[in-house]
Design a protein around this ligand. Structure first.
Ligand code: PLP
Ligand code: CA
Length: 300
């Protein structure tokens, strides 16, 4: 069913009073790359002083929640590790939630954040950055071996992606029909720099979809896994959550899939004209320029 067209946020107090939890996307809402977005510390302080629970969810799997904790601290934000849920953490949490056996192994196509989270959760893994320099030499009759104890392949954004990793992950999945195929996220493009769009985690995931002809279990936004996990962990009702993000196909869909209120912040990758483009079917409840508008938008 079609949703109503997004409304500009006019009365922030009414929105703030209507929920008990705010889930904030990170890049494009809290920071842009390594730069804090204007007015964020004061906005978070105000929401905390009004008793709101704050949760931070990012699809960027390259860091662990501990590494994100340091990033928040460096930016001068008062956020604890326990409030941060990256898609790297989500991959480990998902494996825990399905009781993935500790005597099986996880093959990782992705960066350090995923390895750190798997380690903390007590899972055995292989791959990751270590496989970044590996090459396959195709001599006649060459057969690539793979570890038969791999029971899951986790794929995330990987700047060291190569054919070795694709072939290894493909063997794990194709030769073992029970092997899980998990994607941290499927973002088509990301904004590593402001200069242009860069191929996102979805590009690495797409390679494995192509070779395995399987669809992955996505654990990051917009999949419902993290939302269910958060609602369960904190004992919160989804109708009492406002999801705030800058991206329609990840953040806003994530909120809508969960039955939450949604607010689009125009401080990231989505412009007002993109929101209002007739080809766009994803309409948040509200939109505003940046979250510090919470400090100034009062009822007329
Ligand atoms: N994945 C990568 C590799 C990124 O660099 C980014 C943003 O910088 C994202 C995903 C999206 O992150 P978020 O969900 O915080 O917007
Ligand atoms: Ca974002």
């Amino acid at each position: 069913t079609a949703r109503a067209t997004a409304q500009p946020l006019k009365n922030a107090n009414e929105l703030i009073d209507s929920v008990e939890t705010f889930i904030f996307d990170c890049d494009g809402v809290i920071w842009k790359g390594d730069k804090l977005i204007d007015g964020v510390p004061e906005t978070l302080d105000m929401l905390r002083s009004r008793g709101k629970r704050l949760v931070f969810v990012t699809n960027n799997s390259t860091k662990s929640r501990k590494q994100y904790g340091k990033k928040f601290e460096t930016l001068g934000l008062n956020v604890s590790e326990e409030e941060i849920f990256a898609s790297s953490f989500a991959a480990a949490a998902y494996l825990k939630s399905i009781n993935f056996p500790k005597d099986k192994k996880v093959y990782v196509i992705g960066e350090d954040g995923i390895l750190k989270e798997l380690e903390l959760a007590g899972f055995q893994y292989l791959g990751g950055p270590e496989d970044g320099g590996k090459k396959i030499e195709l001599k006649p009759g060459f057969l690539m071996e793979h570890d038969k104890d791999v029971g899951a392949v986790v794929v995330g954004f990987d700047r060291y992606f190569n054919y070795y990793k694709v072939q290894y992950g493909t063997l794990c999945i194709r030769e073992n029909p029970g092997c899980l195929f998990i994607a941290t996220n499927r973002d088509a493009v990301t904004h590593l720099t402001d200069a242009q769009e860069w191929a996102g985690g979805g590009s690495m995931v797409g390679a494995l979809c192509g070779s395995t002809q399987r669809e992955p279990q996505v654990v990051g936004k917009p999949s419902t896994f993290m939302m269910d996990y958060l609602a369960n962990k904190f004992g919160i009702l989804k109708s009492q959550i406002c999801m705030v993000g800058d991206r329609l196909d990840t953040d806003i869909l994530f909120g809508q899939n969960g039955g939450c209120k949604t607010l689009l912040a125009l401080s990231g990758v989505t412009s007002l004209s993109m929101l209002q483009n007739p080809n766009n079917s994803i309409q948040p409840d509200f939109y505003t320029n940046k979250i510090s508008d919470f400090l100034t938008l009062k009822a007329a």
